[in-house]
Design a protein around this ligand. Structure first.
Ligand code: AKG
Length: 271
């Protein structure tokens, strides 16, 4: 297993059209590859303005144009590509919030359908009801690479420690989370949640958000973040567009677990 990798987080604004968003993502993936990225991560719903009524309109099947374009981008740039998320329609017509992962040859090696739908109503703050148009996925997702097992989840999934523990039990030493928090829950919980999931599992966690767009009906929080197994914030963006490439030393996972062996100290018999 290789013990060091470069992760690129693409914080981009969703463009007016799907085509423009795909072209912009393509350019930024190239920039990340030039920086030497092994993994390139796009944001949640990076081609689709985040509104429930848009999900069925923008939805494509798993062999649709967006997936084909992301596959080509992964292969052309020889990177693992975590394709943020896209609205995906299955053959029964149900729509999911789905993240596809491509290997360096452009093959789909993982697919996570957001398991926890974002249905909230915060008085004086954010309202959203994904379940109006989306169906939840029904499994935890990990995939294998030369850097070990990697977990994958989407946005609101970050709030569920049980899902993370499942991915960690399945071997994940790093979890990627395309996400789009907002200006109500972002300032309150974003850092706290990413740091909590990292520290309670002693893993690296990366959250990648769209850039804020003042003209959107749902303004993403931005603040794409990378957290170490010690819970330290290694990088946090502002609200604007940025591509940030960071080297990750995966031996940190083992070191944290040797020095502070909390996973071994679990008392499964009492909970
Ligand atoms: O959990 C939150 O506060 C934000 C979640 C979210 O925006 C989403 O799941 O898309």
């Amino acid at each position: 297993m290789k013990l060091s990798c470069k992760v690129s987080m693409i914080q981009m604004r969703v463009r007016k059209t799907k085509e423009d968003s795909l072209l912009t993502a393509g350019e930024k993936i190239k920039t990340a590859a030039k920086d030497g990225a092994d993994f390139v991560i796009l944001p949640e719903m990076f081609t689709c303005p985040y509104e429930t009524e848009n999900f069925p309109i923008y939805a494509e099947d798993e062999n649709g144009e967006s997936v084909r374009r992301l596959s080509s981008a992964a292969a052309e740039n020889h990177v693992y590509l975590v394709g943020g998320s896209l609205p995906e329609r299955d053959d029964t017509g149900k729509v999911y919030n789905t993240s596809f992962v491509f290997d360096r040859e452009g093959r789909v090696i993982a697919k996570h359908r957001k398991a926890h739908l974002f249905d909230i109503d915060i008085k004086g703050g954010q309202f959203f009801k994904e379940s109006d148009t989306l169906t939840p996925g029904d499994k935890a997702t990990v995939f294998s690479t030369e850097f070990g097992m990697i977990g994958l989840c989407i946005c609101y999934d970050i709030r569920f420690p049980e899902l993370f523990r499942r991915m960690v039990e399945d071997g994940a030493n790093m979890v990627f989370c395309p996400a789009a928090f907002n200006r109500t829950t972002g300032p309150r919980h974003w850092e706290l949640l990413f740091r909590s999931r990292a520290v309670d599992n002693q893993i690296f966690v990366a959250g990648v958000s769209p850039a804020a767009d003042e003209s959107a009906s749902y303004i993403a929080y931005g603040h794409s973040i990378l957290v170490s197994p010690w819970g330290e914030i290694l990088y946090e963006a502002e609200e604007d567009e940025t591509v940030l490439t960071k080297t990750i030393d995966l031996t940190e996972v083992e070191r944290a677990r040797e020095q502070l062996p909390l996973l071994k100290h679990r008392r499964k018999e009492i909970y």
